[in-house]
Write a protein that binds this ligand. Structure first.
Ligand code: RIB
Length: 301
């Protein structure tokens, strides 16, 4: 299946504090540097897919505060079509408070307008309906994801992050469901197999998912679907900042699947894109283009 990609999801103002070590409970640490940038899993995935050659539209909601114009302008400056990033009156824009210590990070999200869809998909229903590939995450309400996945006639990719239960009807449309190991364990339920992604993924296939992809950090990724089960390695790089690496993976996966690539090849490409994305600080500024991913793959051949 090929076609245009619609990413429906969150847009946040990321406030990023770089620290030497992540603070523990009750601990206060000083930041070495603080920066702000445009983030949100939806925005990140849309930007990653566009950089890798996808024809992408982002459907999202921002507030009517001062931040919203900066968020829309930031995304537009990167070449993304923001006509479906709509202002919801009476709400503030989403924010994320991120602490980065080397390759580790913690994130606290204030969802703001990402949770405000007063008229459902409203004027964006037709766009979602026409998507060749629809990409969803879980920083918008479950009801919105349900509306979108029901309306869309194309392929649905759900990145189940942050973790929350995935309704059976949505799970049955996922091709693939994309999770990390924590989300995989959460979705497999109590008593589900741990430390064995292939068994947990098989359990999710058994519950209706058409295919499942699990990101395994520095160990790469695993996939399961109609063609069986497989793994791909991560590519060794000097990691500077892993914030948004999962989003780079999902965006790259969508871009490849939209070209008609088979799942195993798309996962291999996405794992390389995620590896490339951790070599510099930040998210969008660190995301690779096609040439960059190709060079990395060639170097590790
Ligand atoms: O996945 C990284 C993203 O999670 C950040 O950009 C932040 O906004 C949160 O949504």
């Amino acid at each position: 299946m090929a076609g245009d990609i619609v990413v429906l999801g969150s847009v946040n103002r990321d406030v990023v504090a770089e620290v030497a070590t992540l603070p523990g409970p009750g601990e206060t640490v000083s930041a070495e540097r603080v920066r702000t940038n445009v983030g949100g899993k939806g925005a990140n995935q849309a930007v990653a897919a566009r950089l890798l050659g996808g024809r992408v539209r982002l459907v999202a909601r921002v507030g009517d505060d001062r931040e919203s114009e900066a968020l829309r302008a930031g995304l537009g400056a990167g070449g993304l079509d923001v006509s479906a990033v709509r202002v919801v009156p009476g709400h503030r824009s989403g924010s994320a408070y991120i602490t980065v210590a080397g390759a580790e990070n913690t994130i606290v999200v204030d969802p703001g307008a990402n949770h405000a869809w007063p008229d459902g998909l409203g004027p964006d229903l037709a766009l979602v309906r026409s998507a060749g590939v629809l990409v969803l995450q879980q920083e918008v309400p479950a009801a919105v994801n349900d509306l979108a996945s029901t309306a869309c006639g194309g392929r649905v990719i759900l990145n189940a992050a942050p973790a929350r239960p995935v309704p059976a009807a949505l799970l049955a449309r996922c091709d693939p469901l994309v999770v990390n190991e924590h989300e995989l364990a959460d979705l497999s339920g109590p008593g589900g197999p741990t430390g064995q992604p292939h068994r947990a993924m098989a359990a999710l296939l058994g519950r209706g998912a058409r295919s499942v992809v699990t990101t395994l950090g520095t160990r790469g990724a695993a996939w399961a679907g109609a063609d069986g089960f497989g793994t791909v390695p991560a590519l060794e790089v000097d990691a500077v900042d892993s914030t948004g690496a999962g989003d780079a993976f999902v965006g790259a996966l969508a871009a490849e699947l939209a070209t008609g690539a088979a799942l195993p090849e798309a996962v291999r490409w996405a794992a390389a894109a995620a590896s490339a994305s951790v070599r510099a600080a930040g998210t969008h500024a660190a995301y690779p283009d096609r040439r960059c991913v190709r060079e990395l793959l060639d170097r590790h051949r």
